[in-house]
Design a protein around this ligand. Structure first.
Ligand code: SAH
Length: 501
């Protein structure tokens, strides 16, 4: 489904966790010509936008001059009338304290077609992530979403405190932290019990979500004491006490831990996603980038003569991907490898091969070059041509060992890893990291060089295996955790065991 020209989509982006964006919101973001977005949208929400899409920030930050509401309306109308497909992306749900109603009215008045895409609203989502069900058979048969922004002293305040005090169910206050003290006092004065449970949830569903539970009478002081700030919402009602049994976010094994992922961005997503699933706050600080060398004459020659190799060794998933790209560029495919014995250094590399129709003949138990050498002991190589297709800066263990056994080894560099310039925000966030993960010697070398004396001071160093660890030690880092299995799963297992210890 793609966005239609001349239409404005009022889209909810959910409360902050990217996983809570709807399928429809992602599809519309991926196809829109223009996206007007707010401040509180999930990290990476716009990552899927088209390269040509115009991305316009129209957010309102507290205390900062912002684009006036009429101007936003005007720009939406103009963009749609220019024949573009327009996404108006808002935090949570567009029609829940999101001024989506006003924008819809402005569009209707201008004769512009619009659609509304609901989002998961913070009142429901932040509560759920805090382990607070907004309704419960025993506690609450109704829930009210209330703005806490109104000045309760104002005689013309839109809020009927007496009615809210009587409301037979849960009250969820949006935008309520600043006026929490006044609001709580107004509610109690209007007859709501001061000892009723109340909770404040800060940055619900985001990394670093915090919750405090108190009573209506004490919540303002608790929020003040804990330094809870916007965005936060306040839940008043017996359900708030259910958190004691229903809190789940904090129970995840890596909750509260900040973990640095240093792999190249293209490969980091799996590791980062798993860490997040486990509750970690992930800082992605790619130390390296993969630069393909597949245009080289060396690669072209190897591919042209690929039938001549008796053995082809692949030492990384990237190597497999790039070898097949080079084959495809030469108009070839997997059949070119039909006659060769194919060796993969580990299961990740074997998986990439399998995805391309090649079952590796040799995969060692341990995923280091030494183990591959051992695993190849039974393969006849004397006097035969062997291709080792890998990164430019690989070690000499494998080619050396095969040469000593009389093989005619050609080492072909499919890519090189180059240092990635560190993002300043990520470097700042990294200072508080609990763990730094290294998945290769080159991630260690490049991160250490890039950060210099800004290497995270208190972080425990987690290494994927002995080669990576050796490089870390050479560069003066202590290695706190080393994976027993030298792949990403092994690294995760080792990190979890350490966090649990
Ligand atoms: N349309 C949004 C609400 C916008 S009003 C929605 O449906 O969620 C902004 C207020 O929403 C904030 O002041 C705060 O009270 C609440 N809010 C938004 N995101 C939040 C989050 N992740 N955690 C807690 N409260 C949040």
């Amino acid at each position: 489904m793609s966005a239609r020209a001349g239409v404005v989509y009022l889209v909810g982006a959910g409360p902050g966790d990217p996983g809570l964006m709807t399928a429809r919101s992602l599809a519309l973001i991926a196809s829109a010509d223009a996206i007007f977005y707010d401040r509180l949208i999930p990290p990476g929400a716009l990552a899927g936008a088209r390269e040509e899409a115009e991305l316009v920030y129209v957010g309102k930050a507290p205390g900062v001059p912002s684009v006036p509401q009429e101007e936003i309306g005007g720009r939406l109308v103009a963009a749609a009338q220019a024949g573009r497909s327009v996404v108006r992306l808002k935090g949570g749900d567009p029609f829940v304290f999101g001024r989506g109603g006003e924008e819809g009215e402005a569009l209707r008045a201008a004769g512009v077609e619009f659609e509304v895409v609901p989002g998961v609203t913070a009142g429901v989502a932040a509560s759920a992530y805090a382990g607070i069900p907004v309704t419960h058979r025993d506690d609450a048969s109704a829930v009210a979403f209330v703005t806490g922004h109104e000045d309760p002293q104002k005689p013309e305040s839109a809020l009927d405190w007496a009615a809210l005090a009587r409301f037979p169910g849960t009250l969820v206050f949006y935008m309520g932290v600043k006026r929490l003290g006044e609001n709580a006092t107004a509610l109690i004065a209007a007859g709501r019990a001061a000892d009723e449970p109340a909770a404040a949830v800060e940055r619900g569903t985001w990394a670093g979500q915090r919750t405090v539970v108190a009573t209506l009478g004490t919540i303002a002081a608790a929020v003040e004491r804990e330094g809870i700030g916007a965005p936060a919402l306040v839940v008043v009602g017996a359900v708030a006490a259910r958190r004691e049994t229903l809190a789940w976010l904090e129970r995840r094994p890596l909750h509260g831990r900040r973990v640095l992922v240093t792999r190249a961005r293209a490969q980091a997503s799996g590791l980062a996603a798993t860490l997040r699933e486990l509750g970690a706050e992930v800082v992605e600080l790619p130390a390296i980038r993969i630069e393909p060398l597949t245009e080289s004459e060396e690669v072209a020659a190897a591919v042209a003569a690929i039938e001549g190799y008796a053995l082809i060794c692949l030492t990384s998933p990237n190597g497999v991907r790039l070898l097949f790209e080079a084959l495809a560029a030469a108009g070839r495919d997997a059949r070119a490898l039909a006659g060769a014995t194919v060796a993969a250094i580990g299961p990740g590399t074997a998986r990439e091969l399998a995805a391309r129709g090649i079952r590796a003949d040799v995969v060692p138990e341990r995923f280091v070059a030494e183990a591959l050498v051992e695993a190849l002991a039974t393969v006849e190589v004397e006097g035969r041509r062997v291709l080792v297709a890998r990164a430019a800066e690989g070690r000499d263990v494998l080619p050396g060992a095969l040469r000593r056994r009389g093989a005619e080894v050609e080492v072909v560099a499919l890519y090189e890893t180059v240092r990635e310039a560190p993002d300043e925000d990520a470097v700042a966030a990294a200072q508080e990291a609990d763990y730094v993960t290294f998945t290769s010697a080159s991630t260690v070398r490049n991160l250490v060089e890039a950060l210099g004396d800004r290497f995270p001071p208190g972080a425990r160093v987690v290494s994927i295996g002995p080669v990576t660890s050796a490089t870390a030690r050479e560069l003066g880092l202590g290695v706190d955790v080393e994976a027993e299995r030298h792949d990403v799963d092994g690294l995760l297992t080792a990190l979890l065991a350490d966090a649990d210890a």
